[in-house]
Design a protein around this ligand. Structure first.
Ligand SMILES: [Zn+2]
Length: 69
């Protein structure tokens, strides 16, 4: 029988040590898992949007030389 080694990690939410055999691994509890998911939902992790090329389509004002007589 090969025994599975127990991995210990810190809960990403509350930094509490969690073992890999825990049902909510790597979180210590479902609550912490939901909190972490909530971070994604609330936009804590912002996915950087590609910078839009802002090209001003404003025609440059041409200096119309008025006819002077
Ligand atoms: Zn936790």
């Amino acid at each position: 029988m090969a025994r599975k080694p127990v991995v210990k990690l810190d809960c990403p939410t509350c930094k509490k040590p969690v073992e890999s055999r825990d049902a909510d691994f790597p979180f210590c509890s479902e609550r912490c898992r939901l909190i972490d998911l909530g971070k994604w939902a609330s936009g804590a992790y912002v996915i950087s949007s590609p910078t839009r090329d802002v090209s001003d389509s404003v025609p440059d004002s041409r200096q119309t030389t008025s006819d002077e007589e």
